[in-house]
Design a protein around this ligand. Structure first.
Ligand code: NAP
Length: 285
């Protein structure tokens, strides 16, 4: 079951106290690593960028809001290690710009973090076909196509990693967020396939799944029911989620669900799917 895959790494062996067999797999050092990070103009991406710069990495970031990316640059003391490439990830030329900038300015890519994402809340039946297309476009297709461009560089990288920021809703569908769940389920299947395809090339594929996070995600929803509430009970700060993501990358955890509530939901959903349905109908609509 997926939840038992958390923190699983093929280098770990069963039966040893450390869980790593005879030799402990060293933490990945992010100092000097060359990173492409999407969606850094707010929320989790903003904190990922500042933490990576603090650790000595060089980072190319994107986001559509140019002024926010300028603020991010200021917040890291105008460090030359942070390069902002504003633009829309749904456009192929912007995706190519991100990769080309990292190659030209840093000489390659060691880490790609697909973090940018959008959502919507409301009935699928009453929503437009465009809502489905738009969410899949940003949350899945853009990430997949950016990755396709990055793979040749990652294969030449130093301890290379692809990190996909997924969601607990990539494990469990909930009412009112059908398009978002579809995109995140797609990301999970694609991530698992890619992990195996890239195994022999040495590129690690890491998936991290936050639960509700306090960020601009809910104020940026492309559509929402007037009755919809952004659940804040048990939510985590974007800064804390970013720290957990960095930890997963450093410690080579391949699949991480980042909150106790998220782990409980995924576990319950796998063990007692009908009970989970009832609970979701009662508390999540
Ligand atoms: N917040 C949560 O409760 C939660 C829970 C689980 C998973 N996640 C996932 O965590 C990731 C980050 O979300 P967040 O909570 O930090 O939300 P956020 O504060 O809204 O940040 C989303 C980022 O994505 C960027 N973005 C959106 N559309 C884009 C596009 N077309 N092109 C380029 N950049 C784009 C936004 O920048 P611009 O607006 O400037 O373009 C922003 O920087 C997402 O993948 C989300 O699905 C969030």
């Amino acid at each position: 079951m997926a939840i038992f895959l958390e923190n699983f790494h093929p280098a770990k062996k069963h039966g040893s106290k450390s869980g790593y067999g005879e030799h402990v797999v060293a933490s990945r050092n992010l100092c000097g690593k060359r990173v492409v990070l999407t969606g850094a103009s707010s929320g989790i991406g903003w904190y990922l960028a500042t933490q990576l710069i603090g650790m000595g990495a060089s980072v190319v970031v994107d986001g559509r809001r140019e002024e926010r990316l300028q603020q991010l640059r200021l917040s890291v003391g105008n460090s030359k290690k942070l390069i902002a490439v504003p633009g829309d990830l749904c456009e192929g030329h912007h995706r190519a710009d991100l990769i080309n900038t990292a190659v030209k300015q840093f000489g390659g890519i060691d880490l790609l973090i697909n973090n940018a994402g959008i959502g919507a809340i409301g009935s699928f039946e009453q929503a437009s076909p465009e809502r489905l297309r738009q969410i899949l476009e940003v949350d899945f297709f853009a990430a997949a196509e950016l990755t396709r461009l990055a793979i040749p560089q990652l294969k030449k990288g130093n301890e290379p990693v692809l990190c996909n920021v997924n969601s607990v809703l990539g494990y469990r569908g909930v009412p009112g967020k059908s398009e978002y769940c579809a995109a995140k389920f797609a990301m999970r299947g694609w991530t698992e396939s890619l992990r195996l395809e890239l195994r022999s090339s040495g590129v690690d594929v890491v998936a991290v799944s936050p639960s509700t996070t306090r960020s601009e995600f809910f104020s940026s929803l492309i559509q929402t029911d007037s009755s919809a509430q952004s659940a804040s009970l048990g939510s985590q700060s974007a800064e804390k989620v970013a720290k957990s993501i960095i930890k997963a990358i450093r410690r080579r955890h391949l699949d991480s669900i980042l909150s106790p509530g998220g782990k409980a939901l995924v576990w319950l959903s796998q063990m007692l799917p009908r009970v989970t349905d009832s609970l979701l109908l009662r508390y999540a609509t």
